[in-house]
Design a protein. Structure first.
Length: 394
């Protein structure tokens, strides 16, 4: 019996020793391994959307200085020839993981992934990872930005209540689900504070045009909107608000996106929201370094080869809160709202509203039945304009 115990103890010690050797070998392999990560951008760092993503590329280099080299292609248009050329250049560079950052790249990126199964392709804002053909090396991801827009709407609503006003304007890029979902979440945040609020929306039909965005913001200000929010890429709307305040003595405030607006609108900018791409980018690259499946390594809501996350995982952030102009008590309400969003205690898309799909008037949604955004995919899907309270202007 005694020999049996000795044998068991020796077996245990040998197992521990072998595990120690294997673990250290893995650590050593990981510490010396170098991979290349590629990024394809629709713009350059002068545009807020691209610069916001580029910050995650640079943060990746800082976090893994000895293990990850990054390469980028800027100002890549969404036509097949442009995206194919950019992707091929990154493949030729030897990238083991490639991030494509604009929705219009999705189709061509997936075709590339099918031709290069040895490379991981990660498409931001995409919605085709789980459609046939489903590829092990093709992934989509996006933060649940409606959460940030909802909280920004609350900040705007608090300011409206302080001023005893109820009209807001929205500079929107295109009438697509991502934009409609965003401005609806913002408006519902406003209405949680000011139940009688109404909102006018005007589309720019472009993601990034300073002159157009500013001109539309000025039209909304002339219409009597007291807060102007945006899903567009420049500082144009914020500057329009600041100039109206300074030169026309109008009381009007702005809510930004992807960048803080306090530098260009120090007396009228309330807050901005942004997507933080770093949690996904870092985790996806670390998964490749450790030869793991990305969806088993990234923290978030996993839908097959698609991942979404919000405030809970740090994918959504508020920036540029302006203490000079926000209503009293705003910070406390922000903190409470984010806490409840993290806990799942708030369903944003609900209320006594009827939404109509602008692409099909027969497609409607009664929000007395809550709409669960990002329930099945990371890309926004809410596409209904709320009747009577949100007005689309030409």
């Amino acid at each position: 019996m005694r020999n049996k115990y000795i044998l068991s103890a020796l077996t245990c010690l040998v197992s521990i020793f072998l595990m120690y050797i294997a673990t250290n070998a893995l650590k050593q392999s990981y510490s010396t391994k170098v991979i290349k990560a590629g990024f394809v951008y629709i713009g350059d760092t002068s545009t807020a959307y691209t610069n916001n993503f580029y910050m995650s590329q640079k943060a990746l280099e800082v976090k893994y200085p000895d293990n990850i080299q990054t390469f980028a292609k800027f100002n890549v248009q969404e036509d097949d020839k442009s995206i194919t050329s950019a992707l091929q250049a990154l493949v030729d560079e030897g990238c083991e993981i490639i991030f494509t950052t604009s929705y219009g790249y999705s189709k061509q990126t997936k075709i590339f992934a099918q031709s290069h199964p040895e490379i991981q392709f990660c498409q931001a804002t995409g919605d085709n990872a789980n459609t046939e053909p489903v590829l092990e090396n093709y992934h989509t991801f996006m933060g649940t930005i409606y959460e940030g827009r909802y909280v920004s709407g609350i900040v705007a609503g608090l300011k409206l209540r302080e001023l005893n006003e109820n009209k807001v304007g929205y500079v929107a890029a295109f009438p697509i689900p991502e934009v409609i979902s965003g401005y609806t979440a913002f408006f519902l945040g406003v209405r949680s504070i000011v139940p009688e609020a109404v909102m006018s929306v005007m589309y720019t039909e472009t993601w990034s045009n300073h002159a157009v965005e500013k001109a539309i913001a000025k039209k909304l200000i002339a219409e009597g909107c007291t807060v102007i929010a945006q899903h567009s890429d420049t500082t144009g709307p914020a500057i329009a608000c600041e100039e109206a305040s300074i030169y026309a003595s109008k009381v009007v405030y702005s809510v930004g996106y992807n960048q803080t607006m306090t530098e260009v609108a120090p007396t009228t900018s309330l807050i901005s929201s942004r997507l933080n791409w770093s949690p996904y980018v870092n985790s996806a690259c670390e998964a490749v370094l450790k030869e793991k499946k990305i969806e088993n390594f990234v923290k978030g809501n996993i839908h097959g080869n698609d991942v979404a996350a919000g405030f809970q995982q740090g994918w959504v952030e508020l920036i540029g809160l302006n203490p000079l102009v926000i209503a009293p008590g705003t910070q406390e309400i922000i903190d409470s709202t984010i806490k409840n969003l993290k806990a799942g205690n708030i369903t944003v898309f609900q209320g006594d509203y009827i939404g109509v799909n602008p692409a099909d008037e027969n497609d409607t949604w009664d929000l007395n039945t809550p709409y669960i955004e990002n329930e099945k995919q990371s890309a926004p899907s809410f596409c209904y304009v709320l009747k009577d309270v949100i007005r689309i202007k030409q």
